[in-house]
Design a protein around this ligand. Sequence first.
Ligand code: TRP
Length: 448
Amino acid sequence: MSVSRGGFSSRMGFILAAAGSAVGLGNIWGFPTQTASNGGAAFVLVYLVLAFSLAYPAFMAELLIGRYGQANAVSSMQKMSRNLGQKRFAFLVGFGGIICASLILSFYGILAGWMMSFAIEPVTQLLGLTDTATWLTTQSMSRDLLFTSLFMMLTIAIIRRGVEQGIEKWSKRLMPMLIGLLILLIIYVFTLDGSKEGFKAYLNPDISRVFEPNLLISALGQAFFSLSLGTSVMIIYGSYISKKENLVTLGAQVTLIDVSIAFLAGLLIIPSMYVAQSQGVAIFADDGSLISGPNLVFDVLPSLFNGMGAIGLFVGFGFFILMSIAALTSSISMLEGPVSFAVERHNLERKNATTLIGLGILALSTLIIFNFTTLFGMVISISTVYGQPLIAMLCCIFVGWIWHRSAVLTEIKEGNDTVEHSIFWKIWPWYTKFVCPSAIAIVFWHSL
Ligand code: TRP
């Protein structure tokens, strides 16, 4: 079995690492653009409700599995299984999550590479290297290969150092930087013409849209992606938490941070778009909806930064560094899933396992870069539209139907003596057993 396992050295270390995994491109890019294309504050409202009513309980299921099992996703779930059929099911769910995390990392690394090349571009501008600057912001295979590899190297370097010296230490450094940068940028954008209109568009709900099926599906998908559910990541992070900690509160704190940062990112992106509009940049697509997706981040916002003159170089640099940091604290969590599995189940040495698996995933990214039009969208759908909700649902089923109820309750009680008087205690066990899996299944079915 495992060599001595690492673990988070402090509560804060866990909160920042788990929030680091949760807060990523999904929050700063995905959430604001989904909000823009789904009726503004109506989406924010639905997202908040779903994040706490469905994503949080499923998140708790994964954390509890990990802390109980004190091992990678597969071993943890197999510890709860009582017969061969259940053990096979555990393998399917745990290993499925690990594959899902690897697939996500293979496309996430490409996106993160773009963020890094856009972050370096203002520096080359300052140095007068105009040709390099153009290369950095123009789509090409050479650029994508270089920056995806660079980003992967960073991810590998952190994971090679292990839980405490790698994940925890770097999350503690990067997360405060991320929050500081985000707040500075919001304050700056607030002083610019046009931003007030953006705030209004962001905060004014079109209540009639709240029950639209498409809006519900997008909001739930976004909440699951954002909490990194269904990918074994939260199981493995849960396994690194001490039994003395109160998991129920820790989970709620991480969810709250994740949701708050998504909300803050909306306060930055949507008003920025309206500022760009007041400078003559087109922010609405032909069908009248706000521009979202890659055009928003790589056209609209850079045009805005260009229009700001010299200060725009610094703002652009700050923005893309923010994006790169958010991506890095997420990508390390994705790599930890497969690495912990290889180390604990196959007795590989951690450093070797990390390099091997990291390079394997980089090879997959390279394949995607060479076949971009066919593979990029496909890998995203397989992993995030199908894989994540399905595996998250199976985790809830595992906790609700296979894990012995008294063992679940004992695990909840660890580090939390008074939990028996809380609503969590009364509601969560049956909620995870019945409500979560059915709700996820219904939404999943609709999305097909
Ligand atoms: N939650 C991250 C985001 O919002 C993405 C992410 C990090 C993730 N780790 C993950 C997604 C594991 C799925 C699985 O960008």
